[in-house]
Design a protein. Structure first.
Length: 94
């Protein structure tokens, strides 16, 4: 996790940003819920830091899951924002 955090932290404003895409994240979370949460937490913290420190650098992450009940504790002190069209339980098959 430290190496992943270091890689994101070392990004500079020479780039305009980076987009990370994760598909079927529930499969990873089933195998290691702690690591799955830690990765998203690291992304969230660095994303906010870039917004505060460097106007030219953006970090976005899109996380796809087939599990309508997937949930993580707060990420970087914030709750995860899920697609509002799928947010209601009735829209998620629950």
């Amino acid at each position: 996790m430290d190496a992943f955090n270091d890689c994101l932290s070392d990004m500079t404003s020479e780039r305009t940003g980076i987009v990370l895409e994760f598909r079927n994240y529930e499969e990873f979370a089933k195998k290691d819920k702690y690591a799955a949460h830690s990765i998203l937490d690291i992304i969230q913290i660095n994303s906010w830091r870039f917004l505060l420190v460097d106007d030219n650098l953006k970090l976005l992450a899109f996380v796809h899951s087939n599990d309508p009940e997937i949930d993580f504790p707060d990420l970087g002190g914030f709750s995860a924002e899920w697609n509002p069209d799928e947010w209601l339980d009735k829209s998620r098959g629950l």
